[in-house]
Design a protein. Structure first.
Length: 166
């Protein structure tokens, strides 16, 4: 790569706002919701007691919102894990002129409650590619956004993940 050549080829810029991989769906069971809450140490009664959830103004048992980050994982053999802990082949590559990528941060906007029994569909889109220069040289800040909708077509959450590619 020459000094004037961008780390972001034109083909990569054309992928902005396109899906990154296939949409994923999962129906959330009471068992996995409550096991997740228990493991996370979040013993809020709205996750465990239907009467408490209704008394708090919900339509039923609520799912811990951070379960969304894990519910779409389908559990595959360890030989399908990449070095960074993500599964191989889950999402299509963006085609940057870099040799490695690392996690740069994550944030969520929780829009509506998620209930036990909801079927959630996640669609991830590439939202941004920005070339920057840091103390170690040039890098690309990649932003992907996942929209989570329930079986009624209502958006329940949005998550953004930043990656740093060098």
């Amino acid at each position: 790569m020459t000094e004037t050549e961008s780390l972001i080829p034109p083909e990569a810029l054309e992928q902005i706002d396109r899906l990154v991989g296939e949409p994923q769906s999962a129906t959330i069971s009471r068992r996995e919701s409550q096991r997740y809450a228990w493991a996370a140490g979040d013993l809020n009664p709205i996750y465990f007691d239907e009467a408490a959830a209704r008394e708090a103004g919900y339509d039923g048992l609520v799912v811990p919102p951070t379960l969304l980050g894990w519910i779409m994982e389908d559990g595959r053999p360890l030989d399908q894990l990449r070095e960074d802990g993500l599964y191989k082949g889950r999402r299509q590559g963006i085609g940057l002129r870099v040799s490695r990528t690392m996690f740069g941060g994550q944030e969520y906007d929780f829009v509506e409650p998620i209930y036990v029994g909801d079927t959630i569909t996640a669609e991830t889109r590439l939202k941004g590619l920005e070339e920057k220069t840091g103390s170690s040289g040039p890098f690309v800040l990649t932003t992907q956004e996942t929209t989570y909708t329930n079986q009624h077509g209502r958006v329940v959450a949005r998550g953004r993940v930043l990656s740093i590619a060098r």
